[in-house]
Design a protein around this ligand. Structure first.
Ligand SMILES: Nc1ncnc2c1ncn2[C@@H]1O[C@H](COP(=O)(O)OP(=O)(O)OP(=O)(O)O)[C@@H](O)[C@H]1O
Length: 324
């Protein structure tokens, strides 16, 4: 089991998973750079959970291979992975402390280490006084924080977080976000699965977009946003916008002080700026608008036979054909 520090922390190679007739993951490949935060995205039923369950060795691929730091996944690797599933899975009638000790030891920790670390983490989340409380006595958000602690307790090399912030108030969501970023800064790789694109933009440097079991887009968020660039600019102006601007340019999203303009074929940003100055616009700001991940997501997973992109997002894979 040779591990190479420069090897991708996770590499998925030509992985396929079926459940009976249903192909849930269809020949997916991607490599996750060491220490990355990677967003695993896709509409409902795309195959994300199926993929995560194979990475965590809960299930095995029908074909293809998954490598962890350069070595094929084995029974040893789960001790290096912390997985926070979307369906939370704590034992409701167990005491918080007892549960964390049990789960830590399942991941190979000594009882002593597990207790020290669990107390440290509970204090961080202001749950220090809850060691002897039953999980069912905690609020939903508190239970989620305890499950997060169970996920990170053994100091895994790879964290897999499925909708980690759902159900948390903004203060607790920020605290968890700060802890995830701190772990990442210390070298922990993170796979983050969510439907909340603004969270992906905030946290992830890389994304893999899955649709109908297939990997349809992957790479650095910054490069993908450039690739989908529609050459739109936001102009902030003082006073009134001269009416002639609307005759020369296609105006989008006008407000009292801003307007978005898409470049015409053959036009560059200098041409646009010059034209606006010539038309008498009092420019206060001029900013290129890159598409949001939300826009890119909707564009990529829009199906030909759906009337609106939003409907496409809600579509079940069996009812639609991919537009690719
Ligand atoms: N145990 C199973 N038996 C049969 N089909 C399954 C099973 N698990 C998942 N599937 C099917 O495989 C496909 C992919 O499901 P999966 O749960 O991986 O999607 P997902 O991307 O995680 O979706 P969501 O965002 O809704 O959680 C779906 O069509 C689902 O119905």
């Amino acid at each position: 089991m040779t591990a190479h520090s420069s090897a991708p922390v996770i590499e998925v190679r030509n992985v396929r998973k079926t459940y009976g007739e249903k192909v849930a993951v269809d020949d997916v490949s991607f490599a996750m750079p060491p220490d990355a935060i990677l967003g695993l995205l896709g509409p409902n039923g795309a195959g994300k959970t199926s993929l995560i369950r194979m990475i965590t060795t809960i299930t095995a691929p029908d074909s293809g291979t998954i490598y962890f730091s350069g070595a094929p996944l084995s029974g040893y690797h789960p001790t290096q992975i912390g997985y926070l599933p979307e369906e939370r899975g704590l034992y409701k009638s167990m005491y918080v402390g007892e549960q964390l000790l049990y789960l830590g030891q399942l991941k190979g920790m000594s009882a002593r280490d597990a207790e020290d670390r669990a107390r440290e983490w509970l204090a961080k989340f202001e749950l220090g006084g809850h060691w002897k409380k039953k999980v069912e006595e905690l609020s939903k958000g508190m239970q989620q924080q305890v499950q997060f602690i169970a996920t990170v307790l053994h100091d895994p090399k790879l964290l897999i977080l499925d909708e980690p912030f759902s159900g948390l108030d903004p203060v607790n969501a920020n605290r968890m976000r700060a802890e995830i970023l701190r772990l990442h800064a210390q070298g922990t790789a993170v796979i983050f699965s969510t439907h909340r694109m603004e969270q992906v933009e905030e946290l992830c440097e890389y994304i893999v977009l899955i649709d109908q079991g297939r990997n349809i887009l992957q790479g650095k968020v910054r490069e993908i946003r450039r690739e989908f660039n529609e050459h739109r600019y936001r102009i902030t102006y003082a006073g009134q916008l001269p009416p002639a601007v609307g005759q020369h340019h296609h105006l989008l999203n006008p407000t009292v002080s801003t307007v978005d303009i898409k470049l015409q074929p053959g036009e560059d940003s200098n041409d646009l700026l010059r034209s606006l100055l010539n038309l008498g616009v009092q420019i206060q700001g001029f900013q290129e608008l890159l598409p949001s991940l939300n826009e890119i997501f909707i564009k990529r997973v829009t199906r030909l036979d759906q009337s609106t992109p939003e409907e496409a997002l809600m579509a079940t894979p069996s009812s639609a054909h991919a537009n690719r």
